[in-house]
Design a protein around this ligand. Structure first.
Ligand code: ADP
Ligand code: MG
Length: 244
């Protein structure tokens, strides 16, 4: 099995002088296709910093990162952005949707950035929003959508164009229990694709049963890494995404 991503001994410091913080103290992690990995850890432990580095949004202070076989060391910001566009879908904790764009326009913008021709992009954006149960909300503006719906648009944007790596930062944090578990079921489904790895940051223990693998981070170091049989039960009590 070829890893989608290999990070080796990643160190990252934030800030300057006396305020300098070592957010990551030497993290090594590989992500495998077909797996949903959850990254757990307390607030301030380095989860967002690690996800940003794996997503080529932030550079490590030192360490090695290989994405889809490409060594990112010494690449320019433009080259890193290119790797990100071609390989990585990133769902931000705060959604980062454009308020003046509809759901489908938000997804289309991401596809445009990824270089898809507009003729194909409309079908792809529609398919991505359908996959997250939002076929009926294509033309809705973010302000008219619930938190769960906005989170699902953010996930649709991350999965549109089918990148090999999907990274999601606390995708259930702003959601109530029902919406949170519906979003987890969706993320689990994305990871069933044998050519794709999915890593989601969470500190919500209700999400753990969905994981194939659980990595624990504390104070900038990985302190746990285990695989488990994920539950694959139909979520009986939950309406299908999109029915509320
Ligand atoms: P988590 O996502 O697990 O809550 P973060 O990765 O956001 O943790 O933060 C890890 C540590 O780095 C924390 O101590 C945080 O205060 C610090 N940190 C994060 N981002 C910055 C930044 N831009 N400047 C300075 N310190 C930062
Ligand atoms: Mg965070």
């Amino acid at each position: 099995m070829t890893s989608i991503l290999v990070a080796t001994n990643i160190i990252r410091e934030h800030g300057e002088g006396a305020g300098r913080v070592k957010a990551l103290k030497g993290v090594s992690l590989s992500l495998e296709p077909g797996e949903l990995t959850l990254l757990m850890g307390p607030s301030g432990s380095g989860k967002t910093t690690l996800l940003s580095i794996l997503g080529c949004i932030l550079s490590p202070t030192s360490g090695k990162l290989v994405v889809n076989g490409i060594d990112t060391e010494g690449l320019t910001p433009e080259q890193l952005a290119d790797i990100r566009r071609k390989n990585i879908g990133y769902a931000f904790q705060s959604y980062n949707l454009f308020p003046t764009l509809t759901a489908i326009e938000n997804v289309l913008l991401a596809l445009d950035v990824r270089g898809f021709a507009s003729s194909a992009a409309t079908d792809m954006a529609t398919a991505a929003l359908k996959a997250v149960g939002l076929s009926h909300r294509l033309k809705a503006y973010p302000r008219t959508m619930s938190g769960g719906e906005q989170q699902r648009v953010a996930i649709a944007r991350a999965l549109a164009g089918s990148p090999g790596l999907i990274l999601a930062d606390e995708p259930t944090a702003a959601l109530d229990a029902e919406n949170g578990l519906a979003v987890m079921a969706l993320i689990q489904q994305l990871a069933r694709d044998k050519s794709r790895a999915v890593l989601a940051v969470t500190h919500d223990h209700r999400t753990l049963p969905y994981a194939d693998r659980i990595v624990t981070i504390e104070d900038g170091l990985i302190v746990g890494d285990r695989r488990q049989q994920s539950t694959n039960e139909p979520q009986k009590k939950q309406p299908a995404p999109g029915q509320h």
